[in-house]
Structures are given as C-alpha cells and as structure tokens.
Design a binder for this molecule. Structure first.
Ligand code: PLP
Length: 426
C-alpha cells in the first residue's frame, strides 16, 4: 500500500473502499489514464461516465483557466455573471422542444432534488413515481426515489409518498410496453393517493445495469402521465451529453420531458449540474424558493460551455453512435462463444454486459468482478453495476479511437475467458 492509499485508509470516509481500484491515478488525457507508476490504462468508465469529451480536453482546460484568472466565484444567484448566462442559453438551444430555463447546482443528486421540488410546486401535488432498479443519487431525497433497495438498505427512513413502477428490463421480463403503460395507470390509481406530481426516470438506467427501455416506452408512459397531469422528469445525469449517440438519450424516444436533469458529462469533469424546464414550470419558483451558493460557478459554467462546443465541433455524438455500434456488434459475437454472457445491450457508448451463471440466467456478480479485475491488470478500466451487481459497464470518453476499442475488445475477451475458468459460487 503506497502513501496515497494509506492516507485514504486513515483520513477519508470511503464507504466504497471495497470497490476502489488499487491504482493511484496521476494524470489523464483523452481516453487514457496514467497512474503514479507511469502505467497507462484505456479508460472505459470515464470517471463514472463523466469525461465525455475526453480527459483534460485542451479547450475545456483553456476556458476554465481563462475564467479562473478573471473570476472564480461571486454567488451567481446573488450577482449576474456572464458564464452562467451563456451556459443557460446554450442548454436552451440543445435540450429538446420548449425546455428553456435552467437552474444550476453542483451534483446530480442536488439537481434531482431541485427538480422534484419544482415539480411539486408547479403541480401543487406531492407524490412521486419512480422506477424499480433506478438510481437518482445519495441524498435522502434522491434515495427516496431510488428504486434499488440495495443502495438504501441503511440510512433511512426515507421520504414517504413514493411509488415504484416496474423496470422495463427486457432481458428479465417479457412484459410489453402496453403492460408497462397499464401498470402505470394502475399504480397511479391504486398505489398512490392520486396526488402524484411527477414520474422520474432515467432514459437509460445506468447504475441499474444499462437497461434500455423499449423505444415506444416513454411515448406510451407520457400519454398516461398527461392524462393525470403528472410531470415527466428525465434524469439524464448519466445518459446526457452525447453518451448514447444523441445529445440527450430521451431524443431516441421522441418525447419531450417536462424537466430534464443533467450533470456528469456537462462539463468534462467540472462539478456542475442543471435542471432545465419550460418557462411556465420554471415560474413556479417564487423569490427565495431555491438557491445554491456554488451553483452556477463561473469557472464550471465556462468549462461546461467549452465542453458542449467540443461535443458539437468534434461530432462526438456521432462518434458515440458509430463506435458504440461497432463495440456492441463485436461483444454480441463474443456472447455467442461464452454462455456466461447473458446479454449485451446499450445505446451509443453506454454499454452493459450482463453476466450470468449459465442457462438458468442466474445473475453472476462474481464474474463481473473477475472481469473488472482482469481488465485492470491488462490496462483497461471498466465499471460494474446492475441491480444484481452483475453488469460490466463500458462507458468510455466519446473520443475513444477505433484502435483503442480494438485493444479493449481483446482485453475483455481474455477477461471473460478468465471469468469462465474461475470457479465461483454464483
Ligand atoms: N442520477 C443518475 C442517473 C446517476 O447515475 C447519478 C450518479 O451516478 C446521480 C443521479 C447522482 O449524481 P451525483 O453523484 O453527481 O450526485
């Protein structure tokens, strides 16, 4: 254990210590991360799906540096500041339909909290519906609407007034979209007191295991919500900013959410988050209803604006679409040789490989862990997630090259072989 690891052990509250990978990262560029010993890794997790434009993109670094030399902080909700105004205008341009006004926060969870509050104020209603298996953050409010009980076994009680709808998880459910729509109708009528302000969902479930709902899912669900005057909050914290091959994943579904929440990929690693909504919804915040000291920080906003311009200029949505398709096709071929791969799924460069024990489809989290460790040893960083902890997550920076993808595929093939030959209790 080196000095950095020892300090972590002594001074940092790391409830995730089991999952921390045993490397100390010193620097990174593009899709490559370098540790303190000079060893390079191809990063297929992008700091949990964050650095979509690549690590330390020069344009983002330059914009942040330039802003930093002028003004780091002023309290962007107390005084006017140019970068927040420019970023808000840009979000109005790139988000779907009539979404226009943004509030800026510092993390995904904080932005989700604000979106939930706004939905309640606008509708005058109080309950929320979320998906089983969903993940929306680690604060008490966001855990309340998180549908993965594994994430909230300890630390409750959570907010009341939350009902959960079934996850459109095609690998483990035969239900059709019409069944989910009927379920939503039933949940509104039978599992709530008819006081539902909003339905919140990730267009592609990230932590839940890269679950891609059927392409007609959100259209049909939105019809039900509209009948009951319930808002749809799209949590694009993980799926936004080109990750799925479009600027926002909800665009694949042809649905305009009432509130769209973003974070992670918005600023290539700078901590900023937002919720964006229509004028009339935004106006239900009265003076004093909502504020954040650091929210709309000028440096973060300047970095975010530069990041979005990079995504556009370098066609990174297209990169995600093309490279994602290539990678999925190759991984699906790999699946035909390995019965421990239950499913390969995703959109763009948001790809999941669901590991199973065998023909009984039993989730195999140990296989996923063996793959993660084997990939690390071979110089590739991948993530692990899923409701059962059995999904290998591939979410690289969108600048990853074809050559790097081929190296990753070779490493994953070896890692799956190792997993298959490792006797594990599943
Ligand atoms: N929503 C989704 C879909 C997420 O994936 C995450 C984090 O992984 C969050 C919300 C919470 O974001 P943060 O960790 O920035 O609070």
């Amino acid at each position: 254990m080196n000095e950095t690891m020892q300090k972590y052990e002594s001074y940092i509250i790391t409830s995730f210590v089991k999952a921390i990978q045993p490397i100390v990262i010193e620097k990174a560029s593009g899709a490559t991360v370098t540790d303190v010993e000079g060893r390079k890794y191809i990063d297929c997790f992008a700091g949990i799906s964050v650095v979509n434009a690549g690590h330390c993109h020069p344009a983002v670094v330059a914009a942040a540096r330039e802003q930093m030399e002028k003004l780091i902080h002023c309290g962007s909700y107390i005084y006017y500041s140019q970068p927040i105004a420019d970023l808000a205008e840009k979000l109005a341009q790139i988000t779907p339909g009539n979404l226009k006004k943004s509030f800026f926060a510092n993390s995904g969870a904080e932005a989700i909290e604000g979106a939930l509050k706004l939905a309640k104020l606008y509708t005058g209603k109080h309950e929320i519906i979320a998906l089983r298996g969903s993940f929306h953050g680690r604060t008490l409010g966001t855990l309340s609407v998180t549908g993965n009980s594994g994430r909230k076994r300890r630390g409750g009680p959570y907010s009341p007034g939350v009902a959960f709808a079934p996850t459109p998880y095609r690998f483990r459910s035969r239900a059709a979209t019409s069944d989910y729509a009927q379920d939503m109708e039933d949940i509104i009528r039978l599992s709530t007191s008819g006081d539902v302000a909003a339905f919140i969902a990730e267009p592609v479930l990230g932590e839940g295991g890269i679950i891609v709902p059927p392409l007609d899912y959100f259209v049909e669900i939105k019809k039900v919500l509209d009948r009951h005057n319930i808002l749809f909050i799209a949590d694009e914290v993980q799926s936004g900013f080109g990750r799925t091959g479009k600027m926002f994943a909800i665009e694949h579904y042809g649905v305009e959410p009432d509130i769209l929440v973003t974070a992670k990929g918005i600023a290539d690693g700078f901590p900023v988050a937002a919720f964006t909504t229509r004028d009339e919804i935004a106006s239900s915040f009265q003076p004093g209803d909502h504020l954040s000291t650091f929210g709309g920080n000028p440096v973060c906003c300047a970095a975010a604006l530069a990041n979005i311009e990079v995504l556009e200029r370098e066609n990174l949505c297209e990169n995600a679409r093309l490279h994602g398709k290539y990678m999925m096709d190759e991984l699906k071929m790999l699946q035909t040789n390995f019965p421990i791969i239950g499913d390969v799924r995703g959109l763009g460069l948001m790809i999941g490989i669901e590991m199973i024990g065998g023909p009984d489809f039993k989730p195999a989290p140990n296989h996923a862990e063996v793959i993660r460790t084997s990939c690390l040893k071979r110089g590739v960083l991948v993530g692990v997630g899923g409701i059962y902890g059995n999904v290998v997550r591939i979410q690289p920076p969108l600048v990853i090259s074809k050559q790097q993808i081929d190296s990753v595929l070779a490493v994953i093939t070896e890692a799956v072989e190792v997993a298959e030959n490792t006797q594990v209790a599943v």
